[in-house]
Design a protein around this ligand. Structure first.
Ligand code: RAM
Length: 360
């Protein structure tokens, strides 16, 4: 049976019966599946760098959270690139950033709908793995972007920047603002979020440098990428530590809510706040003196690179192995690094001087 018709039969079977059982049964039968055994890092088959990009592919975007402006911008970047390439874009996803079972069912939906590839920002490193492995067994290419899964649960991770750079530079920004002295806290997103947890790991590493010996990280709070929870968590931090000197919030939802709280409180300008935010969200808080500087990458470019990577995978130009190279259209050439990771580039630091040049 040809691969496409096998996929169709299997998807019909999956729709009619238990999805997992059907997909497992179908999964073991194709050549690709055998090659995919052992996970994505071992995604086999040979890359053909000269293969033409296929047209008419369906690529599903599954962000951590729809209706988060950061993901709206990112996914629209993907949509635009897919349209240019002659592919079909779709977006599905939960509205809460702590709905891992929701993300699992969206992966299954995209599998049933026989998408050619999916781009997923994972709420949790492990929770989606069974579903994603089933998708890959069915010949669907899986790109994670923004927030990774374990490496064997996807073909490629499109990372916004080096995770180490992001973690370390956020500490450096805050340390300068508080004069290398005092208590600090982190306001993160969901407790399971792969991206935030990786960055926090590097923040702790950076803090080990003796130049930070007078800085004490007193608490990591979780706002779950929910505006209200993040606002309340900020309030709670200041109640618990009235002498707090600074907060790092490595989430666009968190930093915005924290800035909103601080700007309306007696802590405005006194408790420093930095982290990852969008210029559009943060402009007013930079202008009113609540925030000095923060950073981010261009989310639209991240979505675009995820889309172009998905198409390159589905066209056979790359398989996800370290050292493979491909051209992401006008974005230029990218090389797949260790563990199947591609870095978008360097983040930008925004402050009063440059923020008006950026609109996203
Ligand atoms: C939020 C999400 C996303 C993260 C950005 C910085 O929008 O948690 O995963 O990359 O912040």
């Amino acid at each position: 049976m040809r691969h496409a018709s096998l996929r169709r039969t299997c998807a019909a079977l999956a729709a009619a019966t238990s999805l997992a059982v059907a997909l497992t049964a179908c999964g073991g039968t194709t050549k690709k599946d055998v090659q995919n055994e052992g996970g994505a890092a071992a995604t086999a088959g040979k890359a053909d760098p000269d293969a033409a990009l296929k047209k008419g592919l369906t690529v599903g975007f599954l962000p951590k959270q729809v209706n988060n402006p950061y993901f709206t911008t990112a996914d629209n970047g993907g949509k635009k690139a897919l349209r240019e390439l002659g592919e079909t874009y779709k977006e599905v996803g939960p509205s809460s950033a702590t709905d891992t079972s929701g993300q699992v069912s969206y992966v299954n939906t995209l599998t049933q709908q026989q998408a050619d590839a999916m781009a997923v920002s994972a709420q949790d490193p492990g929770a989606l793995c069974t579903a994603l492995k089933q998708a890959m067994k069915n010949g669907i290419k899986v790109v994670t972007y923004d927030s990774d899964t374990k490496p064997d649960c996807r073909n490629v991770f499109v990372s916004q920047a080096s995770a180490e750079d992001l973690g370390r530079t956020e500490v450096q920004l805050l340390a300068e603002q508080i004069g290398y002295k005092g208590k600090i806290a982190i306001l993160s997103a969901a407790q399971t979020a792969t991206n935030q947890n990786t960055w926090i790991g590097y923040m702790k590493e950076e803090l080990k440098d003796p130049k930070y010996k007078n800085i004490e990280l007193v608490k990591i709070a979780y706002g779950n990428d929910d505006a209200q929870t993040s606002f309340q968590q900020t309030q709670g931090l200041l109640q618990q530590y009235p002498d707090l000197k600074g907060i790092i919030s490595p989430t666009t939802v968190g930093i915005k809510a924290a800035a909103q709280y601080l700007s309306g409180s007696r802590y405005k300008g006194k408790v420093k706040l930095t982290g990852l935010g969008t210029p559009d969200d943060m402009r007013r808080y930079v202008k009113d003196g609540t925030v000095e500087s923060f950073e981010l990458w261009d989310p639209a470019k991240l979505g675009e690179l995820a889309a172009r990577t998905a198409v390159a995978l589905a066209s056979g130009q790359i398989t996800g192995k370290e050292g493979e190279t491909f051209t992401a259209g006008p974005m230029g050439t990218y090389t797949i690094g260790k563990d199947g990771v591609i870095d978008l580039g360097k983040p930008t630091v925004f402050d009063a001087e440059n923020i008006d040049q950026f609109h996203f």
